[in-house]
Design a protein around this ligand. Structure first.
Ligand code: FRU
Length: 435
């Protein structure tokens, strides 16, 4: 039986549960994608690291599992999120989160030159406990980078009754770490704990990206970095939907800053178990900084490689109020819409009872919003367009996955589980005010 909900051109393991992308690295011409994976079924638990490789970011080859929880060690209950670097001697090294007996602590594994087989260090955990005197909520998801002849490690955490925090460590050899101080601590508005920190230079700024508990929102701060302290100047939500979470950001050999995020399910756990799979990855996005300091995210150009096969492209903007039928349940639709006060689009399943999806862009409010049936409030993200700039929308539809990218800037991702095989129709129009 055809699974009407299963994505085909977004990355997804052959079966079972997936959450965060991990350890993204472009090494010797190959992109390596590791990910949080439960080989037992389509639910979270017994977390291993799955692995896939690609030469073009969009067509992936599944590889054997690389990290398995080891009984009696610091990762006995799970190998949680982390990153991959190559050490000074050329040894591939994973820094990940070992979960055991209710603790979470950074662990290390070293790999073969082809990154296919990995060995956890006998000395795990490499950071045995949170810094004394800090009352932390969470201590996980190491993100490591080079700093001169040393390494730095940013760790996701939270300070009780204060807010989310990223803790900064230093090391000469990746095995022994010394705590410095917080890289940055958030305030009460930004949740209690920050998961999956990413910290990297972009243009002439630095970006700190965190996944916020309990809101499940991904926020990027753009700012400056000096003496081991980050000072934010702007704050931006990376995706207005609720499915996009825990992205990992890395620089590839062509010097592009790339991002993949986890697209979580939005249906019941029972339905995920029945389907036998859960979770997909976003398309790769290229991050750049606009001259005004705004973070821009555009689909990686490699996505166009899929147009020959899995992803028909419809790049014709129909006249207003004229429905067009989309080429299938997997397609990209690119539209360039004239600047109007409010633009609205509806995606409807032909002749089916499945609820339509509505997207609106309100120019006065600078707000892009996706209205899904059953939601009390629409999912929205700011999108500032200069007067006269058309609204350039790209819809990436892949069965239950929808990613919308507006003007290479604002994204809203969502899951929509249509029960029929009916094709989608799309129609757009304009009004003077939001309806
Ligand atoms: C984010 C996260 C990480 C953690 C991992 C466990 O989704 O909660 O903080 O390391 O997933 O699977």
């Amino acid at each position: 039986m055809v699974d009407l909900q299963r994505p085909r051109y977004h990355f997804i393991p052959p079966a079972n549960w997936m959450n965060d992308p991990n350890g993204l690295i472009h090494w010797q011409g190959i992109y390596h994608l590791f990910y949080q994976y439960n080989p037992d079924g389509a639910w979270w638990g017994n977390i291993h690291w799955g692995h896939a490789t690609s030469t073009d970011l969009v067509r992936w080859h599944h590889q054997p599992i690389v990290l398995t929880p080891q009984p009696g060690t610091a990762d006995a209950d799970g190998c949680w999120s982390g990153c991959t670097v190559i050490d000074d001697a050329g040894t591939p090294t994973i820094l990940y989160t070992g979960s055991a007996w209710g603790t979470e602590r950074p662990c290390l594994a070293t790999g073969s030159a082809d990154l296919l087989t990995w060995q956890p260090s006998a000395k795990n955990p490499v950071i045995p406990a949170p810094p004394p005197g800090l009352d932390v909520m969470g201590f996980r998801d190491p993100y490591v980078w080079r700093a001169g002849d040393e390494w730095r490690l940013a760790l996701g955490s939270g300070l009780r009754d204060v807010g989310g925090a990223v803790l900064l460590y230093r090391s000469r050899d990746l095995h022994t770490w010394e705590y410095l101080h917080p890289l940055y601590v958030g305030g009460a508005v930004d949740g209690t704990m920050w998961e999956c920190p990413n910290f990297f230079p972009l243009g002439d700024k630095y970006v700190l990206c965190v996944s916020i508990i309990p809101r499940r929102e991904v926020v990027a701060f753009v700012g400056t970095y000096a003496d081991g302290r980050f000072i934010p100047e702007r704050r931006q939500v990376l995706d207005g939907g609720q499915t996009f979470y825990a992205p990992q950001i890395f620089r590839d050999a062509t010097d592009r800053t790339l991002l993949f995020g986890w697209l979580a399910e939005e249906r019941s756990e029972a339905r995920q178990r029945a389907a036998g799979w859960s979770g997909a990855l976003s398309l790769p996005r290229v991050l750049t900084l606009a001259p005004d300091g705004t973070l821009r995210q555009s689909p990686a150009p490699e996505v166009a490689l899929l147009h020959d096969t899995a992803l028909p492209l419809l790049a014709v903007t129909p006249p207003p109020n004229t429905p067009i039928t989309l080429p299938g349940r997997q397609c990209e639709v690119a539209l360039r819409l004239p600047p109007q006060a409010v633009t609205h689009l509806t995606l409807t399943h032909l002749g089916a009872t499945d609820a339509p999806l509505r997207l609106t862009y309100d120019r006065a409010q600078s707000l892009l919003a996706l209205h899904l049936t059953g939601d009390a409030t629409p999912r929205s993200v700011p999108l500032v367009l200069n007067e006269g700039t058309p609204l350039h929308l790209r819809f990436f539809i892949d069965a239950s996955v929808i990613e919308v990218c507006a003007n290479d800037q604002a994204w809203i991702s969502a899951r929509s589980y249509a029960e029929s095989e009916a094709l989608l129709t799309l129609q757009w129009g304009t009004t003077v005010s939001a309806t």
